[in-house]
Design a protein around this ligand. Structure first.
Ligand code: M6R
Length: 367
């Protein structure tokens, strides 16, 4: 059932071209130039009249939510807040019937997310679910929703569910933006054409980086700490890369917005600190170049995720992982793939139980 792979996690990483494709199937209709999403369309007035969208989630799904904020604010120009479900539910949040609350949950059973949703519903908000498990508790209590059709995810570390969540959030942002006029037709058309080609790019990334990342992983089996840095859309991708590493390899890792480095974490940097830096060409590249200079001046070990043909960051980095160029909004999907592989192989070489890491459960049904 692992399809010839050693672990479910690796199988699920490799399934991503298909799972992303499945998530878009029947929704992204490229030749008609439309995005069809009944859950959104049937309630378009709710979205149109919303004062704001509040995204609630936990863990990896919360990271997807953060990227959702960048997407929806950029393309639909609707204000978005992203909250940990556990914080939201206990802080007496201001919620009105003009709010749309989107819950993101792979399992659809996460206790804190469920409780936060119930609270939002009581206060009159319109509640929308992005779940992977069909007919799960969250899917059932929401007013509407979109399933991520990623297929069953068995590995505790979420991989294909995350990229499927990003796919749904991208579709929602483009659909709302097109509808409310913030995203013009020409831009909409070129963005959806690019989205349609993402599974192909993921396939390319899997084949071009798999062996390379395995080799890089060998050099970091003994690491005790890691920093992950990114800017813009790739700041949440850095958080997600760090979470993946810590949950399956038990190496302490932190994700940071690259510019925050100089407000504290830079003190940690010496020749023993590996730093994964996500540096695609589109998205504050020049700023990232300076961040890498600052790290190298302190002898940090840089593992850089860059676009093919990159020169500046690559010249300074100790390890270079190339991914194809995309518009900025798609880069977290593409950049996450080698980071999943990196976490996976470091954990495997450390002899960890990657599919069932200690102390963790696939769905967290207690608060
Ligand atoms: O099922 P959910 O998406 O609600 O789960 C949320 C988190 O428990 C989950 O993403 C967790 O952080 C993963 N193990 C991360 O890989």
């Amino acid at each position: 059932e692992k399809g010839g792979y050693e672990h479910f996690m690796l199988k699920e990483i490799f399934e991503q071209p298909k799972s992303i494709h499945d998530t878009m199937r029947g929704r992204l209709i490229l030749n008609e130039g439309v995005i069809k999403m009944a859950g959104i369309w049937d309630h378009i007035e709710k979205f149109k009249n919303a004062n704001r969208i509040i995204i609630i989630a936990c863990g990896t799904s919360w990271h997807a939510g953060l990227i959702g904020e960048y997407l929806i604010e950029e393309y639909a120009r609707v204000p978005v807040e992203v909250e940990y479900a556990s914080e939201f539910r206990y802080r007496n949040p201001i919620i009105t019937d003009k709010d749309v609350v989107i819950a993101i949950s792979q399992s659809g059973e996460t206790a804190d997310t469920m409780a936060a949703l119930k609270l939002a519903k009581e206060k009159g908000a319109f509640i929308y679910g992005i779940c992977n498990v069909v007919d799960s508790s969250i899917a059932r209590i929401t007013d509407a929703g979109s399933y991520t059709h990623a297929g069953p995810e068995i590995g505790v570390a979420s991989t294909k569910a995350f990229t499927a969540q990003l796919t749904i959030l991208t579709l929602i942002a483009f659909k709302l933006g097109k509808h409310n006029g913030n995203l013009g037709n020409a831009d909409f058309m070129s963005l959806i054409a690019e989205l349609d080609a993402i599974p192909k790019k993921i396939e390319e990334v899997l084949s071009s980086t798999h062996e390379l990342v395995q080799n890089i992983a060998k050099d970091f089996v003994g690491a005790t700490n890691f920093l992950y840095l990114g800017r813009g859309y790739n700041y949440p991708a850095a958080l997600e890369g760090a979470l993946k590493l810590k949950e399956i390899s038990y190496i302490h890792a932190e994700g940071y917005p690259a510019a925050e480095m100089k407000h504290g974490p830079i003190a940690l940097i010496d020749e023993n600190m590996p730093i994964v830096i996500i540096a695609p060409k589109k998205g504050h590249y020049d700023k990232i170049v300076s961040n890498v200079q600052e790290i190298k001046a302190r002898k940090g070990k840089v593992i850089a995720v860059v676009n093919k043909g990159d020169t500046q960051v690559s010249a300074m980095a100790d390890y270079v992982i190339e991914i194809p160029e995309t518009s900025e909004c798609f880069s977290p999907i593409v950049a996450s793939v080698p980071l999943q592989l990196l976490a996976y192989y470091i954990a495997v070489y450390r002899g960890a139980n990657v599919d069932q890491p200690r102390n963790l459960a696939k769905s967290v049904t207690v608060e």
